[in-house]
Write a protein that binds this ligand. Structure first.
Ligand SMILES: *[C@@H]1O[C@H](CO)[C@@H](O)[C@H](O)[C@H]1NC(C)=O
Ligand SMILES: *[C@@H]1O[C@H](CO)[C@@H](O)[C@H](O)[C@H]1NC(C)=O
Ligand SMILES: *[C@@H]1O[C@H](CO)[C@@H](O)[C@H](O)[C@H]1NC(C)=O
Ligand SMILES: *[C@@H]1O[C@H](CO)[C@@H](O)[C@H](O)[C@H]1NC(C)=O
Ligand SMILES: *[C@@H]1O[C@H](CO)[C@@H](O)[C@H](O)[C@H]1NC(C)=O
Ligand SMILES: *[C@@H]1O[C@H](CO)[C@@H](O)[C@H](O)[C@H]1NC(C)=O
Length: 547
């Protein structure tokens, strides 16, 4: 009798353990969902949770994060608490946030069923809402949009936890005289795309209409003359988040407003700006937070399909980007390992161009069956590269595999406080930054995983934004397991400063010393010769000739 009870309790216990384990690992509603992609989607939103500023809610899952930035905006008597920290630091920027939110919403709209299958629709909404609530606060009246909180100079001299964020944290705004066309139009795009998602998929029509009202208002600010980039008005953002132009942002914002409101005025404005700025014919360049030109071709083709100029430009853009060898002036190429590499873009975050391009390729593949195979093949290869099918055997996502990056450049997660020793203090990251995409490998497909090398290990809001859509796509289409699942070998050891590199440096130093000695001897000979010709007075001139 007792034995029977013991056995049955054991059965219950083991059942409980198994279910708990499955919940943690999978948490999927639909038993057909790929558990690895479901976990990636959950982890990516966990990363956004780790970036939250302001008063954290009681369901905060990131134990090492605290309430922070609670005075933000007080310098102008506005409430700018909340929102997201931009990267591994504690600055808040409207432009890259808005870009990221628009991509998260777009991916959510496109592959909502992926989120549904993974039981992540509520998480998607709270991820977006934490950002859009802040954008609404940042636009406190029709003529103002706050674009930055915190000063680059103050913040970049701090490395430590969220409990010691340095002050002052000044806030900066554009307005109807000191305009910022790019940032206001991008903010409109974020609010409008989120409005569509909440209203049409999330069943929250009240919030959707607050969002679309704010979007229309901030778009009117974007359309206020003079048109100019916001860093003209807010030099504090120079060299941090500076765009080259405002033209594609106006089209992007207007297209999303058309999607959100159905008001054809916005569709027509988009089309007019597209023509006025000749966007169909600007040279192809990668799409990122600084320039949504690639995105407007594809979004225009999707939302205003009878206007075929968008589809024509979309195909040209995608063919050039995804098949560089077919185009005469392609800005990108494939590395030996197969990674899409765009000089000037990939150097400081190689995971971004591949993701943004794949995202747009997948959206367009649904619109044009004649291009579908080509674009989905491209995207699948790039996603697989990113998730382990690469020379380093590394998924460039933290916390999902033993070969995942271990040293994201993130002050809070690192646990360090010594800005002079970011790499070594502490030697191992204190907190796993689950789901964060890092900058990625270099042009030779090599990744060093060094915390201080921000080009490879920095994380940022805009790195994970396309990722959300790519993962939702993989879930939606029942893709096979991500490549890292079958990787059992450790990442190849590619230490930068030992062995080969050491003797190479020695050889280079010796060669330079020889050359210097040679040059000095030559100079001396010349000087002697000049002395012989001009006497001592020519010495001055003699120095200038050979050296
Ligand atoms: C989501 O990811 C976090 C971090 O890996 C993990 O702690 C949590 O259990 C996961 N939640 C679900 C529902 O999968
Ligand atoms: C779905 O997620 C919610 C949290 O958003 C959770 O409460 C619920 O238990 C999950 N359902 C399943 C079946 O995992
Ligand atoms: C607009 O912004 C500029 C630059 O920040 C500022 O100098 C000016 O006072 C602002 N104008 C108004 C009306 O707030
Ligand atoms: C949408 O919300 C309404 C009102 O809250 C509710 O009655 C309805 O069941 C919801 N629909 C869905 C699909 O969740
Ligand atoms: C459409 O938007 C324009 C620009 O904001 C506005 O003037 C017009 O009243 C709107 N039309 C409708 C039907 O709401
Ligand atoms: C921005 O675009 C406008 C319109 O095409 C153009 O006149 C201007 O030269 C561009 N500015 C820069 C900095 O490229």
């Amino acid at each position: 009798m007792y034995l029977g009870r013991i056995i049955s309790s054991c059965l219950v216990l083991s059942f409980t353990i198994t279910t708990t384990f499955n919940n943690v690992m999978v948490s999927a509603q639909d038993s057909n969902v790929n558990p690895h992609y479901a976990a990636l989607l959950n982890n990516s939103m966990w990363f956004y949770e780790a970036q939250r500023s302001g008063k954290l809610p009681s369901d905060n899952r990131v134990s090492w994060r605290h309430d922070s930035g609670l005075q933000d905006g007080q310098d102008h008597n506005v409430d700018l608490t909340g929102g997201y920290y931009d990267a591994g630091d504690y600055l808040k920027f409207t432009l890259p946030l808005a870009h990221s939110l628009s991509l998260i919403s777009w991916g959510g709209i496109e592959w909502y069923d992926g989120y549904t299958k993974a039981n992540q629709t509520k998480a998607l909404q709270s991820t977006i809402r934490w950002g859009t609530d802040w954008l609404i606060k940042a636009h406190p009246d029709a003529n103002t949009l706050y674009v930055q909180v915190g000063s680059g100079e103050v913040d970049n001299n701090y490395w430590g936890p969220d409990t010691g964020i340095p002050t002052p944290r000044p806030s900066y705004a554009i307005n109807n005289t000191a305009t910022g066309t790019d940032v206001a139009a991008m903010t409109a795009a974020a609010l409008a795309s989120a409005s569509y998602l909440f209203g049409n998929l999330g069943n929250d029509t009240n919030y959707a209409s607050s969002l679309s009202n704010a979007a229309m208002s901030v778009f009117a600010l974007a359309e206020t003359a003079p048109f100019q980039v916001y860093t003209n008005s807010v030099p504090a953002a120079d060299n941090l988040y500076q765009t080259n132009n405002y033209t594609s942002q106006l089209v992007y914002g207007a297209l999303w407003l058309y999607k959100a409101t159905g008001n054809t005025t916005y569709r027509d404005k988009a089309s007019q700006y597209y023509d006025r700025f000749n966007l169909a014919n600007v040279p192809v360049s990668p799409m990122d937070w600084s320039d949504p030109t690639g995105a407007v071709h594809i979004l225009g083709a999707e939302l205003d399909s009878s206007n075929t100029k968008y589809a024509t430009a979309a195909k040209k853009w995608l063919d050039t980007m995804t098949n560089p060898s077919s185009a005469s002036n392609a800005p990108c190429f494939f590395t030996k390992g197969g990674l899409l590499w765009c000089d000037g873009y990939s150097d400081s975050n190689s995971m971004v161009p591949l993701q943004d391009t794949s995202f747009l390729a997948l959206v367009y593949s649904r619109l044009d069956s004649s291009k579908s195979q080509q674009y989905t093949d491209f995207a699948t290869k790039q996603i697989n590269y990113m998730l382990g099918d690469n020379y380093m055997l590394t998924p460039y996502v933290c916390g999902v595999h033993m070969n995942s990056p271990h040293n994201p450049h993130h002050a809070g997660a690192s646990g360090g406080t010594d800005i002079g020793n970011i790499d070594t203090s502490p030697p191992e990251e204190l907190h796993l930054l689950y789901g964060a995409i890092v900058g990625g490998p270099n042009k030779d497909d090599i990744f060093y995983d060094e915390r201080n090398d921000w080009t490879q290990t920095e994380v940022a809001l805009d790195y994970n934004a396309p990722f959300q859509g790519l993962v939702a796509y993989q879930i939606s289409t029942n893709a096979a397991d991500p490549p890292y699942v079958t990787i059992t070998s450790p990442r190849p050891n590619v230490s930068r400063s030992h062995g080969l590199a050491g003797w190479l440096i020695a050889v280079i130093v010796i060669v330079i010393l020889f050359l210097l000695a040679g040059a000095c001897y030559y100079a001396w000979l010349k000087r002697q010769a000049l002395k012989r010709r001009f006497g001592n007075g020519g010495g001055q001139q003699g120095y200038a000739v050979p050296v």
